[in-house]
Write a protein that binds this ligand. Structure first.
Ligand SMILES: O=C(O)CCC(=O)C(=O)O
Ligand SMILES: [Fe+2]
Length: 364
């Protein structure tokens, strides 16, 4: 999967732009450098975003910008699009991504059930109805990402560049694979400090309790094990009443002067590559805090600052579908403005039809 991702990003910009996300009402496709921001600062990465493909009645639904999306309501129906695969230039991307996503979702299923068991709850009675709705499927999203190296040599300039700013993921849980970049590093905030998250084990026998180890089939690292990193998302935190905390994380790109490896070798600087699978309940589900009586027999103390990473203007709305739509629309305002002209996102995160707003205003 990482090899496929690297080959895609090595292609000329014109090739990549052929699957631009700007043509996709469901926010799928290639995003060039500098179109996304996190924590109010510009991220520095290129990415391709895909998601589960639904059996749509209208086959051309997502590929035609002429499609009248303002007819589909609830709004999350608009996320049910098709993926713009680069079949003519890299046909293996589709098959590899589809297989990888299926396998990683199976791991996510196990982690989801393990979280219930940790709360001494039966997974079937607790979360299954949110993921396995009669007509819906878990709404996974996959992001293939490339972070260019930080070329700045000057000590006077900032020694790090924001790959992606500090945040918690808005979904349920995320499983992430990354290559061993010399410059870029994923960091997680743990017990008051930012710590580096390794991409693979240095010693194959070394097991780290926080990570799942996968044996790598990649030709570039056949002798080591690559970690599949699990970040818990805001939905897990809300659902568990703060028993589990969403993992704050960020990616920083060190300069050549601060990257010890790069300064002591003549190895060319390469982009950092990662693949994040965002695992979600079905779009039709609602997620709220579970009945706290159900976990009253557990002895634990919720940290006082457990909501410190949640941005006040980005609170989770109970409809999984609308919450997912809101997060995507806020991260990608250009797509929102182009394809969803009939909608407006209120400051509290609710999504309304523009004409509904005038009705509401008229009423008040
Ligand atoms: O690239 C990474 O390692 C992290 C990406 C990430 O956190 C995100 O896209 O939400
Ligand atoms: Fe993230």
């Amino acid at each position: 999967m990482l090899d496929e991702t690297r080959s895609f990003f090595r292609r000329p910009l014109d090739d990549k732009m052929r699957i631009s996300y700007e043509n996709s009402p469901s926010f799928r496709g290639f995003m060039k450098l500098g179109v996304e921001n996190t924590s109010g600062k510009l991220d520095y990465r290129e990415q391709v975003e895909y998601a589960v493909e639904y059996n749509l009645k209208n086959k051309d639904k997502d590929n035609s910008s002429a499609y009248q999306h303002n007819k589909s309501f609830p709004v999350y129906e608009r996320l049910k699009g098709r993926n713009p695969w680069p079949d003519d230039i890299q046909p293996t991307l589709k098959s590899t991504t589809t297989k990888y996503s299926t396998e990683v979702c199976a791991i996510a299923d196990v982690i989801r059930d393990s979280l219930c068991l940790a709360l001494k709850l039966d997974p079937k009675d607790t979360l299954h109805d949110k993921f396995f709705h009669p007509t819906e499927v878990p709404h996974w999203v996959i992001k293939l990402i490339s972070y260019p190296p930080n070329e700045s040599e000057s000590e006077s300039e900032k020694s790090t560049q924001q790959g992606v700013g500090e945040h918690t993921d808005t979904n349920f849980l995320t499983l992430l694979a990354q290559d061993s970049s010399t410059d870029g590093v994923l960091q997680a905030f743990s017990q008051g400090e930012w710590i580096d998250v390794p991409s693979s084990s240095i010693d194959d026998d070394d097991t780290n309790g926080d990570s799942t180890k996968c044996s790598s089939s990649s030709s570039s690292s056949s002798s080591s094990s690559r970690y599949l990193i699990c970040n818990l998302g805001e939905q897990v935190q809300t659902w568990s009443n703060g028993y589990f905390l969403a993992t704050p994380h960020r990616v920083i790109m060190r300069t050549s002067s601060s990257s010890s490896f790069a300064t002591t070798s003549n190895i060319p600087r390469t982009p950092r590559t990662s693949v994040a699978l965002f695992y979600n309940p079905s779009l039709a589900a609602t997620m709220g805090p579970l009945d706290s009586n159900k976990i009253s027999n557990l002895s634990w103390e919720r940290p006082q600052d457990y909501q410190q990473w949640q941005r006040p203007n980005n609170l989770m709305i109970p409809s999984v579908g609308d919450n997912t739509f809101k997060s995507l629309a806020r991260s990608h305002p250009k797509v929102f403005a182009r394809h969803h002209k009939d909608l407006k996102i209120l400051d509290d995160g609710r999504i309304i039809k523009r004409r509904d707003q005038s009705t509401n205003l008229a009423r008040s």
